[in-house]
Design a protein. Sequence first.
Lengths: 358, 618
Amino acid sequence: MTLQRHRTRRRFVALLGVAAGAGALLAACGSTSSSSSSTGANTAATKTVPLVVYSAKNYMPGVGTAFSNKTGIPIDLVNHSTGTLLTRIQAQASDPQWGLLWIDGAAACAALDDQHMLLRNFEPTTGKLTSLGKELVPADKSYIPTAVTIAGAIVYNPKVLPNPPTNFEQLLEPQYKGKVGMNNPAISGPTYTFVAGLMHQVGGIPQGESFFKKLAANGLQVFSTNKVTLTALLQGRIAMAIVQNNAGIEFAEKYPQLKVEYPKESTLLPSVICIDGKAPKAQVVEAKEFANYVYSAAGQRVMKSVNPYGGWPIMQGETPAPLLPPLSSLPVQKIATRYWGGQEASVTQWFSTNIVNG
Amino acid sequence: MMAQAPSAIKSRSELRQRWAVLRPTSWRLLVWVLVAVLLVIPSLCFLLQAFSPRLFGQGSAWLTLANLSSAFHQGFARAMLDSVVVGVAAAVLAVVLPMGLAILVERTDACGGGAIVLGLWAVLLAPSYLIAVGWEEIVLRGGILGALGLWSPGLQHMILGPVGVAIVLGLKGVPFAYFALAPSLAAIGGDLEAAIRTHGGGRLATLRILAPLLLPALLSGFVIVFAESVGDFGVAATIAASAHFPIATYLLYESISTFPANFGVAAVVGWGLVVAVGVALLIQGRLLRGRSFAVVTGRGRSSPRRQLGWRGRVGAAGFTGAFFLIALGVPLVGVIFSSVLVPFEGLKLSAFTFANYRDLLGVQGLGGPIRFSGEMALVCGLAVVALGAVLARTMAAGRSGVSGRLLDLTLVVAVALPGVVFAAGYIFAYDLPFLTHLGIALYGTTLLLGMAYVANSVPSSSRLLLGPFTQVQDRLLHAARVHGASGARAWRQGVLPLLARPILWAFLLAFAGIFLELPISELLAPPNVVPVSVAVLSVLGKANIGEGTALSVVAILIVLAFVGALQVVFRFLAPVGWRKWQEQRVSVAEAEGEELASIAAPAFAPVAEASLREGGGG
């Protein structure tokens, strides 16, 4: 009995040893392979550490590589859709692991700022914004606009749909019954801006809900994201897809049978950079340098060459890529970022319950 | 008093035996530590958000029911109901169809038994989203039927709706149910059938007596397919997402993907899935409690095989062919066609092109993702099989005890939780300030990604191995030890040859799952690392739908090539004993499917255990 107990105790001690060894191994692996962890909190501001960039923009990794070549600052890139990046950031709320975020949609950044997660009062100084660009800068300078896109452009096949709508109210007409497809705003961030813009246009949230209910009754089809909606267009499931304009342009370039139309009033969707307010000092310094590079003439050139459809530039002296029509010729509107950012949870929830699953 | 004493001693002894598994012996403690670190802690960290969002900085309340109320407001009740209905329908389909296949393989001399089993593995390896997308490509107006002038709005409506969701999930579940049913069908009946016939019973009497004996295997297959179906995300994100047919996993996905992400509501949905599977297990337990299904003896004769006439053979081939056509052939054709057809051109020769595949060669940086995912799948697949084998052995050894049942319950529940739950749970559990201060910075490392891959795959793999491990008699080990073999050698030479092929298949299943895994890769991949699934999404995101589909096809071909290569290696390079055993086994059973045994063997266990008991006693 004593022998057995002794043996059990020895096994237990051995097990603890194994567990402790495994723990140490985990710690070693973790600390060595995560070059971007926040253990760098004590790092001196001057020391170069990898800048952790969360990007949903197709500018990366091209702009990141050019920035690293110029400054010597290495980039740790996490490249995903806006939704995935925001989910990652929110799940890391207790211990943020990102340094700089580059996405489409200022509303999400405004919401992060409301949670006191962003660095404030910083504005790049290497370029001058156009008047439109200046309008997009928030009062507390918590995010940095870098370009603009349009949230709701219509992609269609002229052979199937010779007369696309010229304004969004026409979508309710019988001729478009069952032909319209769009993304789910609960999953596709830019689509929320389109929904918010339309609600703003028809007079507010109650009127907007009424509009979307009528649209659903007219056979609106809702898919998860751009690629699913655009695939549905290829498959003939829908005759027109309402998507972000840069996705539509890329798609129309790939499939020349398709055209892109900008109905009245299309809503502007800024591309923005924001910086983690809780990041180590060294990373904050590097993030500021990155934003300055993006605003510089060199950065703008790289952006245009890497992704010509990334958006209309908002820096003075810069011109858009040839496939982008002059922004001044388009019927666009701006919406109040803070107000509509605050409504995002309730509007997308309503949309999910009543339109997607209704 | 004297009469009561033995009974009291017996009950005390039973009680001691029952709870013995909870004693902190090093082996079981280590197993539970691993299960806790990989599965339980991350899952609980996620699920706790339902009631305590402040725990991980997701809200201000330490304890609240607001998320529950919010979930119901967002249609949680209907989504759960839809999921349960679809899960039950899929499970019924997945239990009925394999019965026919198992009868053909185990009870008739219909040819192609081995091919059927291989085909079932192919169905098991094919991701559910791919089957769903393949069907979409067939039945849509712009799909293949449309191009052939055979488009039917009725068929499209049926397939791209609740019926289609249930059918796809049911077909996907067929292999799980088959591997639970086939061994039981092979095991019971030889003596019993002879006895029934001797007493003048006809076919109907035989069926009436034998059918209830399959109840454990049927229920087991039913529960595992139900768990797989309610937790499936591939079909939820494709067919169900645009069919105005909300199901639980899609609601969970929406809650996490929206901004701001609502982890609380997602956790409530997670609890819903846990409860649904828990109830299914409870019903299974109730139906089997107090009944004995022990009919297999060590001396029993093997089941007789019915000689089929030519009509029977044609019918069998037709049934099998129709099943594989619907489950695999049609969706595969859909996916491949969509990658080689030019959109808007119809179905004509000039519309066929390999441009998408050619363009893939020009897409830079695809080699890196394929290599990274391949390495991760290889390393994590081996870890999954090792841990799965340990778990299967632990469950097989202690299934009558509380710990064994708890482990069983934990693994079945884990099957029903989508990968995104583990992914988010891993962030909550392992990205904490106190861990960082301790120097344990796991988040953003390949190690954590690998741990999550293992956690996501190990429940299925361990259940896959449970059947074979249950069938292995401890006497084999004892005999080897008596003859002077060390513990390791006894396992290596006495047991491993018997389990080599199931272990190989479990590894291949884990390899395929990890190679193509998406939600965990999205949330946990370290910076500068792009797994294959993320690369596919990235290509699709650049408007290259055809290239994205082509890349999916290439990724699956890589997996299939790996599966084929490993099979060849096993056939020619595995130790002779392993292959000999295999050949003997096939010659005795006349079917390759038997040795794969059951996946969800809790139900088969009574039969197997009875076999061991009676065999030992004989």
